[in-house]
Write a protein that binds this ligand. Sequence first.
Ligand SMILES: Cc1cc2nc3c(=O)[nH]c(=O)nc-3n(C[C@H](O)[C@H](O)[C@H](O)COP(=O)(O)O)c2cc1C
Length: 182
Amino acid sequence: MKTVILYGSARKKGHTMSMIRLLQEAAGHEMELIDCYRLKNISPCMDCRHCWKVKECAIHDDMDDIYRKLEEADAIVLAAPVYFHSVPAPMKTVIDRCQVYWAKAVRGDMKEQKKRVGAILLAGGAPAFPEQFTSAEAPLKCLLDDLNAECLDVITISDSDHKALEDWPEAAERIRQLARRL
Ligand SMILES: Cc1cc2nc3c(=O)[nH]c(=O)nc-3n(C[C@H](O)[C@H](O)[C@H](O)COP(=O)(O)O)c2cc1C
């Protein structure tokens, strides 16, 4: 199974990456990592509506490669920390550029996309509180929907400013279970 991970953390070796490492180790195969913070050439969506007419983006930059990887993927994992209740800005830029997939509703080519699976991994620095992940989860779930990917699980760890993945054995176990399905 071809798995692509869209990675949204500013830090290369933070808790989000620990979750990804465990996922990859448990799956036992390589996964393609798209590191949103380290993209060199990416513009925000300009809402030019070119994609309302044809299934392509009018802007040509690093997204060309990302579109290809997402389209070839059988599984898409979205992994990010919570920043101000949402996803970090560089990841949101990539998500907004996926408007080309949402626009299938306008173009009317809904049935063309292949079926995939997906999952969401989130780390939040604050101690757990109700709705800690709700706003970050929303755009990620929306993206999986637009990519025709059934969301297999949403796995979160709280209090990551004081604790690590090892302190969340239930989350770690769910990551291992997810790996078996990827
Ligand atoms: C700009 C910024 C905003 C943040 N906002 C939140 C927040 O709203 N809720 C929360 O639980 N943690 C918040 N955090 C903490 C991060 O989610 C936490 O440090 C996380 O572990 C960072 O991910 P990483 O370990 O993969 O780098 C914020 C951190 C930064 C840098």
